[in-house]
Design a protein around this ligand. Structure first.
Ligand code: NI
Length: 183
């Protein structure tokens, strides 16, 4: 496995629309190695999600980390996942805004309105179908990563920049009140 270089905001690869992965490529060593390397890269940099475009590979593939439930010790809102050719459909108009960060926009945090409940479809790393409803923070993570595959970053989704903060100032002034807000 290998830790991959993460593209930073301004690199054109982050603005590319990624290409679908052909189903017969999923089992191949190239795709499987990319998935393993993306997990290792995400862990190394402490991300909760990573899209292939962020590691200079414009293919429709994302990984997400385990997401613990902040209110229930030992409970997970979502477990680590791989989604190839992900498709998100909105199941509500209701929005929620969490503070987001991004390994491609290091050391910033900002509140981003997102749809609260989504349907996520795609393929797992063994090619099996994924079709599930996701809500709350995990739904935010999937929307953030699928945006990357369409050349969109979280700054593009902010409706105002009044919450945009350096991480150090976020920790000092905002973290205590940083829970999700309805929008
Ligand atoms: Ni990101």
């Amino acid at each position: 496995m290998a830790i991959l270089k993460v593209a930073k905001l301004g690199h054109p690869v982050l603005r590319r629309v990624a290409e679908p992965v052909a189903p017969d490529q999923i089992a191949g060593s190239e795709t499987q190695r990319l998935i393993d390397d993306m997990f290792e890269t995400m862990s190394e940099y402490g991300g909760v999600g990573l899209a292939a475009t962020q590691v200079h590979r414009p293919v429709r593939l994302l990984v997400t980390e385990d997401i613990p439930d902040p209110d229930n010790e030992g409970v997970f809102l979502a477990r680590r996942s791989v989604v190839l050719n992900p498709e998100v459909t909105f199941l509500t108009n209701e929005e929620v805004a969490f503070f987001e960060g991004c390994l491609s926009i290091p050391d910033f945090r900002g509140r981003v309105p997102r749809i609260k409940r989504i349907r996520l479809r795609g393929l797992d790393r063994d090619g099996s179908k994924i079709d599930r409803e996701v809500e709350g923070f995990p739904a935010v993570v999937y929307q953030h990563e699928v945006d990357h595959l369409n050349g969109v970053v979280f700054l593009d989704r902010m409706r105002d920049f009044s919450t945009l903060s350096y991480l150090s100032e976020f920790d000092r002034f905002l973290a205590a009140g940083a829970g999700p807000v309805e929008v």
